[in-house]
Design a binder for this molecule. Sequence first.
Ligand SMILES: C[S@@+](CC[C@H](N)C(=O)[O-])C[C@H]1O[C@@H](n2cnc3c(N)ncnc32)[C@H](O)[C@@H]1O
Length: 231
Amino acid sequence: MTYPGGKGRAYQRLINLMPPHDVFIETHLGGGAVMLKKRRAARNIGIDADDRVIARWRERGDPMIELVLGDAASYLVEHPPGPAAMVFCDPPYWPESRRRARCYRCDYTAADHARLLAVLVELRCKVIITGYPSPAYDAALPGWHAVDYVNCTQMGAVTERAWTNFAPPTVLHDYDHLGIDFREREALRRRRTSHVRKLQRAPALERNAILADLVDAFPDELKQAVGRRAP
Ligand SMILES: C[S@@+](CC[C@H](N)C(=O)[O-])C[C@H]1O[C@@H](n2cnc3c(N)ncnc32)[C@H](O)[C@@H]1O
């Protein structure tokens, strides 16, 4: 499933913005590139207003993903997510910034964008929303952080923006996509594997001494790392 503006080429950048969370809510699911690529949370909820989108996800029959057919903003108002949740919103593009008049069966007017943003600023959980860089979004999301990234779409490479209601995290939910591009991701993967192999090969007492030193040096980080085990 690919969608206009789908995140099939940009999901790594978005996953690398996500701090640890128990519940993941992708509010405008479409092809759900982020939902499919990221490490699952304890609960994973995908919402879309298009019944054909939801029907295709139902055909996949993934028992880990709860599907909701409905309007994203209404769902968030009716089911306010708790503080440990992460809401990821990739709504249809802002009407004026789109080159084609209509991309989706369920489209979004400027008023729909405004309503969604008004709901998002009231949430108590972590939120990421993506779109084209937009003064209207900047104005509606005061104090939010903005990160630009390049997404390869049917219209070529475009700069998109992710607004987050939290500072860039130092601890992530999923480290598997870390790195700015393929080369950096591979280099990082090799370094991580090599560190672990060295520890595996070390005599047990040396390994345990190093692990104890790490606990002393990074107590909070290690607690987070132990807590992130796959559900
Ligand atoms: C930009 S696409 C999402 C693309 C997705 N991130 C991907 O990787 O494929 C926007 C999606 O929002 C859905 N949508 C439109 N209006 C909606 C609404 N009010 N509530 C929830 N979803 C809606 C559309 O059906 C479409 O699937």
